[in-house]
Design a protein around this ligand. Structure first.
Ligand code: FES
Length: 147
């Protein structure tokens, strides 16, 4: 049911962890399954993503998609990172079962939320980037911070 790439990224997730004083941090959750994903971006003065780490409290597909998403944005410019959609992540993983598509959406949203945080801190506008809907820093789900 899962591709070899999904299994590989699930069993050996890349870029797990946190970045202290990150340029941008995004935390998103899916209310239905309760899974949470947090992405940390380290972005240099040229707008290049030098480092990226993630923490995912969720299903195997969420772990695999966050792992792949971090690999896809690493070393890229902010604008290039905007092109890392859930579709791109799924393609890079050789597909996901239909019931797991929302997990890859969480990865895309987490990257966007981290980019949004970066843009807010820098006082800049990233073309095409909208305020994340499910950034749980914004909502009443602050207690999720404890996870
Ligand atoms: Fe919800 Fe995978 S089941 S993120």
């Amino acid at each position: 049911m899962y591709s070899e790439k999904v299994m590989d990224h699930f069993e050996h997730p890349r870029n797990v962890g946190e970045i202290e004083n990150a340029s941008g941090v995004g935390t998103v959750g899916n209310a239905k399954c309760g899974d949470i994903m947090r992405i940390f971006l380290d972005i240099d003065d040229d707008g290049i993503i030098r480092d990226v780490k993630f923490k995912t409290f969720g299903c195997g597909a969420a772990v695999a998609t966050s792992s792949m998403a971090t690999e896809l944005v690493k070393g890229k410019t902010v604008q290039e990172a905007m092109k890392v959609t859930n579709k791109a992540v799924m393609e890079a993983l050789d597909g996901l079962p239909p019931v797991k598509v929302h997990c890859s959406l969480l990865a895309e949203e987490a990257i966007h939320a981290a980019l949004w945080d970066y843009a807010q801190k820098k006082g800049i506008v990233i073309e095409g980037l909208e305020k994340p809907k499910s950034d749980i820093h914004e909502g009443e789900e602050q207690e999720e911070e404890e996870y």
